[in-house]
Design a protein around this ligand. Structure first.
Ligand code: NAD
Ligand code: DAU
Length: 338
């Protein structure tokens, strides 16, 4: 089987590529633009494998996407490429419209023209919006996006679904909860807090820190995507959750305890505009249909993640130089305390 992966140099995409090369017989072609979030260092483990090939390109580039799908004739496309950060989408919404919506359209069109046999569109639980406890979103829940990022993902989900309904393109959609693990760009909650804690810098908790997220270890997510790729039904949506909901403050406190740093590092800062209060997801459908289940317990996964960041200080230093500093200043520089 040959898989065309988009965004395979990012956090989840690279974990998927390493898993697909390391644990299956598949060949992988990785199409990635190498934005600030894309990093070929994440793929050193597979770069010399004859079943792996990297193509530097933009999913919004119609010609490039058409030739790669035409020439490679992949058995499946697994589409991760996106602008994935909510805060950046609030500071500047245009890139999510371009990459997440327009880029998905470009890929769907190429898949339609060249009759790609399977198209897995990787999406997010954010499309369901904030849910009152004890609700858990099933795949039938309405879309209720709050940020430009989640709206662009909800839009691309609907577009992907329309290609199944209208053109019979074999599309499958996955919606996962918050991922964590090695190689995550330190703009997201867990790696940002780990990196700051290591340096005894303030840990900026938005609002009261009582927003609830469901945490999914990145390898559990990737196994879920492989399960959907192998056994999912065309035209269907599959939620992939970690079954571990926690308020952000609990996550930060656990992380401080594991790094041996004091809670006095916590700073309550001005909340994210439009901040969704609670996400919760039912993965019952995926578990029933494919026997997948999340296996990583959160405390073990968090400890493992912290150890990875400790052992990879040079990786962190490189990705936090340059553009990251500008972003950090823009997002946190003028944030008052709550
Ligand atoms: P990431 O930001 O770490 O990586 C994104 C990758 O896409 C990078 O390698 C980047 O270079 C590439 N990319 C961006 N724009 C591109 C373009 N125009 N053309 C080609 N490549 C481009 O993201 P991530 O956290 O690994 O998320 C991957 C996917 O999973 C996204 O679609 C995201 O919406 C979805 N998702 C993420 C989470 C999470 O918790 N991180 C949860 C659920 C779903
Ligand atoms: O739910 C899935 C989504 O999870 C994915 O679709 C997104 O791609 C991914 O970025 C993530 O979105 P979130 O906004 O939930 O992730 P983030 O790590 O940015 O924030 C997690 C929570 O922590 C959220 O409630 C905001 C809060 N937070 C985040 C940062 C970066 C803080 O309190 N302080 C911070 O500095």
């Amino acid at each position: 089987m040959k898989i065309l992966v988009t965004g395979g140099a990012g956090f989840i995409g690279s974990a998927f590529v390493r898993m697909a090369i390391g644990q299956t017989d598949a060949g992988v072609v990785n199409l990635d633009k190498l934005t600030y979030a894309g990093n070929l260092e994440n793929l050193t483990e597979v770069e010399s494998n004859p079943r792996y090939r990297f193509v530097h390109g933009d999913i919004c580039d119609e010609q490039a996407v058409d030739s790669i799908v035409r020439d490679e004739q992949p058995d499946a496309i697994v589409h991760f490429a996106a602008e994935s950060h909510v805060d950046r989408s609030i500071l500047s919404p245009e890139p999510v419209i371009q990459t997440n919506f327009r880029g998905t359209f470009t890929l769907l069109e190429a898949a339609r023209r060249h009759r790609t046999p399977r198209f897995v569109h990787v999406s997010t639980d954010e499309v369901y919006g904030s849910l009152e406890a004890p609700l858990e979103a099933t795949e039938q829940f309405p879309l209720n996006a709050s940020s430009p990022y989640s709206a662009s993902k909800a839009g691309s989900d609907l577009l992907a679904r329309s290609y199944f309904v209208t053109y019979k393109l074999p599309v499958l959609i996955t919606r996962a909860s918050n991922n964590y693990g090695p190689y995550q760009f330190p703009e997201k909650l867990i790696p940002l807090m780990i990196a700051n804690a290591f340096e005894d810098r303030p840990l900026p908790v938005y609002g009261d820190g009582m927003q609830v997220r469901d945490w999914l270890y990145v390898d559990d997510h990737c196994r879920g995507i492989l399960a959907v790729l192998g056994k999912g039904r065309e035209g269907e949506i599959y939620n992939i959750g970690g079954n571990r909901s926690l308020p952000n403050l609990d996550v930060v406190q656990k992380l401080l305890a594991l790094t041996g740093k004091p809670e006095s590092l916590i700073r309550y800062v001005t909340d994210r505009p439009g901040h969704d209060r609670r996400y919760a997801l039912s993965s019952e459908k995926l578990m029933r249909e494919t026997e997948w289940q999340p296996v990583m317990d959160f405390e073990t996964g968090l400890a493992r993640t912290i150890e990875w960041y400790r052992a990879n200080a040079a990786w962190v230093a490189r990705v936090r130089s340059g553009e990251y500093r500008t972003y950090y200043e823009k997002n946190y520089g003028n944030r008052g305390s709550e």
